[in-house]
Design a protein around this ligand. Structure first.
Ligand SMILES: NC(=O)c1ccc[n+]([C@@H]2O[C@H](COP(=O)([O-])OP(=O)(O)OC[C@H]3O[C@@H](n4cnc5c(N)ncnc54)[C@H](OP(=O)(O)O)[C@@H]3O)[C@@H](O)[C@H]2O)c1
Length: 267
């Protein structure tokens, strides 16, 4: 299914994005990888070349539409087409609304929401030519707005609506659109989280929460693309949050309030 398919994965120089690139390389995909830091792109290219020679990378910020247009052109120059776009780039962000700086909030929306909108806008004409696929990487935090994650939750929740609109719009064009909700996934040791003031801190290990491996999450992303499933949850807990929120929204919001201190301490 992925053999000779051209796949762009944004934010793919570490974490879930890099592992997804590795597993797709093993399945014969032609890969375009990306993140903002050129040295990370070079390191990821060197790593992926163990698995494939058909990989190229472009450093740049997906919250910049001009860069996303460049990324689209780069992919077409490299491989002549684009079959799949995985909008994976994102930043973790926490902190209560009362302490949020406007520019910090905006940065989260710019990267996590517009950083998925812009690559999609740039690549859609190519994806339509190939009847390709667009996958958004959401988050459980975007199913129901968790306390202490207002900007992150808002950015990820917006992706669900975006994916729903786009799915209907592209049915006639034959382009698959999906959204994946990873559960807690093992973080890179240097993964950062932005606080309400816009400063980046190393993300603390989440005590008492069993994280999925990056491989498990990446395998689920691949499975979703294979089965063209619109919505997929990487973990049972992510599915349970979605289902209970849909069935009992008021009870769910009440529980969020009741356990707010515990949730906020998990940051
Ligand atoms: N890990 C989890 O438990 C979890 C749970 C739910 C959802 N998710 C979502 O899954 C995705 C991947 O998470 P992860 O844990 O693998 O994150 P990660 O380890 O922090 O990796 C994020 C990647 O995105 C890149 N990136 C960040 N901002 C970018 C931008 N503006 N333009 C281009 N690249 C950018 C980063 O590299 P540079 O810094 O060099 O740009 C890095 O390669 C994210 O969307 C995240 O919200 C993760």
């Amino acid at each position: 299914m992925f053999n000779n398919k051209v796949v762009i994965i944004t934010g793919s120089t570490q974490g879930i994005g890099l592992k997804t690139a590795e597993l797709l390389a093993q399945r014969g995909a032609l890969l375009i990888i990306n993140s903002r830091r050129p040295e990370k792109v070079q390191a990821a290219l060197a790593y992926l070349k163990q698995y494939t020679q058909h990989v190229a990378g472009l450093a740049g910020d997906v919250s910049d539409i001009a860069f996303c247009e460049e990324l689209n052109e780069f992919a077409v120059q490299q491989f002549g087409r684009i079959d799949i776009l995985i909008n994976n780039a994102g930043i973790a962000a926490g902190g209560i609304m009362m302490e949020s700086r406007a520019e910090a909030f905006k940065k989260v929306i710019d990267i996590n929401l517009l950083g998925c909108v812009y690559p999609t806008l740039a690549c859609l004409p190519e994806l339509c030519k190939r009847q390709g696929a667009v996958l958004f990487i959401g988050s459980v935090a975007g199913i129901a707005g968790l306390p202490s994650y207002s900007a992150y939750a808002a950015s990820k929740r917006a992706l669900s609506s975006l994916a729903e609109s786009l799915r209907s719009e592209l049915l006639d064009a034959g382009v698959f659109v999906g959204i994946h909700y990873p559960g807690f996934t093992e973080n890179e040791s240097d993964k950062t989280i932005m606080n309400a003031r816009g400063e980046f801190e190393i993300l603390k290990k989440r005590e008492g929460v069993k994280a999925m491996s990056r491989e498990q999450t990446a395998l689920n992303i691949i499975k979703q693309l294979e089965h063209k499933k619109f919505r997929m949850f990487s973990s049972v807990s992510a599915w349970a949050v979605y289902t209970s929120y849909r069935l009992f929204p008021n009870l769910f919001v009440w529980l969020l309030g009741r356990y707010r201190k515990k949730i906020m301490s998990m940051q």
